[in-house]
Design a protein around this ligand. Sequence first.
Ligand code: AMP
Ligand code: MG
Length: 424
Amino acid sequence: MTSLSQQFTCHDAYDPNALPVALGRQLILDAVAPIEGVEHLPLREALGRVLAEAVVSPIDVPAHDNSAMDGYGLRGADLHNDSPTTLQVIGSAYAGRPFPRAVGPGEAVRIMTGAPLPAGVDTVVMQEIVASLDDQVTIPAGQHTGQNVRKAGEDLRAGVPALAAGKLLRPAELGLIASLGISEVSVRRRLRVAIFSTGDELVPLGTIAREGEIFDSNRYTLFGMLTRLGVEVIDLGVVRDDPLALEGCFREAASIADVVITSGGVSVGEADFTRSMMDKLGEVLFWKIAMKPGRPMAFGRIGAGGDAAWLFGLPGNPVAVMVTFYQFARPALLRLAGVETPGEAPELRALCTVSIRKGRGRTEFLRGVLYAEDGEWKVRTTGAQGSGILRSMTDANCFIVLGPEQGDVAAGDDVTVQILDGLV
Ligand code: AMP
Ligand code: MG
């Protein structure tokens, strides 16, 4: 098997000491592949899961030609070209009830949205434009044969895959599967992700922080981000900066999880002992990414055989944890979970209302507030941008992403933003 570093060094731009963000993300994505394991679940429980096999439609949807609106159903051949047409109304056709007889020449039916077209009917005229008197209806000129009809199978054809394997099941997919009469689906098992924090200064919630100690917050942001992604989170707590304790925790994590995500311990001062310990466990690469915040990061594989797991060693600073998670871990976790095409985070261009100092050569992720004003998107920063200031994340609804080529930003310039919240 080729090692990760062999795989990666064949890329010209691969420089572990100044790795471009886009390349790092791509290398990680290319290295990972979907996990094995399939479950059959009732439809509702499958929300947020990934289809393990295609859902093939057993039926045509819609099953019958039907009316797209409330109006009158008629035979298109009856319509006069340039003058109104008067027809005899022989009854009403309702959704869910087949009309009992055929509609002949010179006849029409009142028809409701979704009602199957009675035999003979091929055209529907909306009720708002007709004149009806007793059992006669007059249709204005200018209507076309076939209008306002939904054809059987126009949504989905029987025997054709309605959803491909690898599709993430959102509300629309649940509804679509239900519309086929299918109540159970085959999905991949949930990805298991173990998390722990490293640092002698960290204390867990429920204890008292003495001088120099801080509460461990990274496990909470990680728990939140992972839970939102729909993975199973295994929380292994806080581990001291002690090689033996760390090694034990890494071994345990690798044996129970598909992915291990840690925070802290990868910065220059701490990487050395982590690095030598990691060499015993598998192959872990220590990167300095050309970005701010979040420069140091480790990625690799630990454990052997069935006990192996992917490792993301994220930086310790709370904002850096979130930025590196979204930029590197999230797309890889989606792919591991079986998502065929992990969507890029939604980006748009917005007018930046403040000036920003920016050095070239690295990507910066500032926390921003995106808002609409005077018919355009505008964005400002959330204020102090230190990588330890979590407030900058709680105040934000987007990242302002300034790429490596970008220099200083003047107020009024357009910038790229990544939106943090999606609709579904
Ligand atoms: P490190 O990468 O371990 O050098 O940590 C960088 C900074 O992040 C230090 O100020 C740490 O105290 C802080 N930090 C590390 N882990 C956590 C955590 N789990 N929760 C809050 N802050 C942390
Ligand atoms: Mg530390």
